[in-house]
Design a protein around this ligand. Structure first.
Ligand code: F6R
Length: 250
């Protein structure tokens, strides 16, 4: 694991975006695992700028999104499918047929998740997986006690996660769906490279536990310690509870 500490959120997300852009430059048909959420907003904005002003092309890139709320259609502006289209895909030259997002309206979760895993395999596996970290320590929506070997499946969301995301649901936690489809921890670990991005003081405590604590299914992000090619990009606010802070800063 390598940890990169940048002074600000802007610098951290710009660095993460430059790593993604560099990977696409090396492999134009990169298979990119995408995340959503506030951390990703700025990162996607940087990639859009690279695409619109600096000739970065997504025309051969394939994407697989980490998760989707159960019960939200892709036309629903609170769904992750809608988010990806609005915030990212529609502003790049990506081919929508190359993008894959779990269908939160499916009546058959198992079949949907099996098919999603099969599509990842057919694409040759995920080259680079983007991750954020939730207050519960989740990656994707792998809430505490998710099996560290889990595959894509449905998962009940913790109250803390629903609280974290209520801003997108009229600030009403009751409106946040109770469950989601998510790549499993094992699915995420299969990616060839992983890029975890965390910014803000509110991430400092869980980030320190995730990166420096014992590996435990109670905090699914701790499993990243096992990955041979995981980069973590943080701002100073998110890094400030790391016991190894000085080591990574120097
Ligand atoms: C979203 C996802 C989540 C978020 C995490 C952080 O697709 O899988 O794991 O990455 O909850 O969210 P933000 O960036 O909003 O703090």
């Amino acid at each position: 694991m390598e940890i990169f500490i940048e002074a600000t959120q802007e610098k951290a997300t710009a660095l993460a975006a430059s790593i993604v852009a560099g990977s696409i430059a090396k492999k134009p048909d990169l298979v990119l695992g995408c995340a959503t959420g506030r951390t990703m907003d700025r990162l996607y904005a940087c990639l859009i700028e690279d695409c619109q002003k600096r000739g970065l092309s997504f025309s051969e890139v394939k994407t697989f999104n980490l998760d989707e709320y159960i019960g939200l259609a892709k036309e629903d502006e609170r769904s992750y499918a809608y988010y990806m289209n609005q915030v990212f895909f529609s502003k790049t030259d990506i081919q929508l047929s190359n993008t894959h997002i779990l269908d939160g309206m499916t009546s058959d979760f198992e079949a949907e998740c099996r098919q999603f895993e099969a599509q990842i395999s057919v694409s040759g596996g995920i080259d680079l997986q983007l991750l954020g970290i939730g207050q519960s320590g989740h990656i994707g929506f792998n809430e505490p006690l998710s099996s560290l070997g889990s595959r894509t499946r449905d998962k009940k969301l913790m109250r803390i996660t629903r609280e974290q995301n209520k801003a997108f649901f009229n600030n009403n936690v009751e409106e946040v769906p109770e469950s989601a489809l998510t790549m499993g921890v094992g699915t995420i670990l299969d990616a060839r490279e992983i890029l975890l991005v965390a910014t803000g003081e509110h991430k400092a405590e869980i980030l320190a536990k995730a990166l420096e604590g014992p590996i435990t299914a109670m905090i699914s992000a701790t499993v990243l310690q096992l990955h041979p090619a995981c980069k973590v990009i943080v701002d100073e606010a998110a890094a400030n509870q790391l016991a190894t802070l000085e080591y990574w800063k120097s």
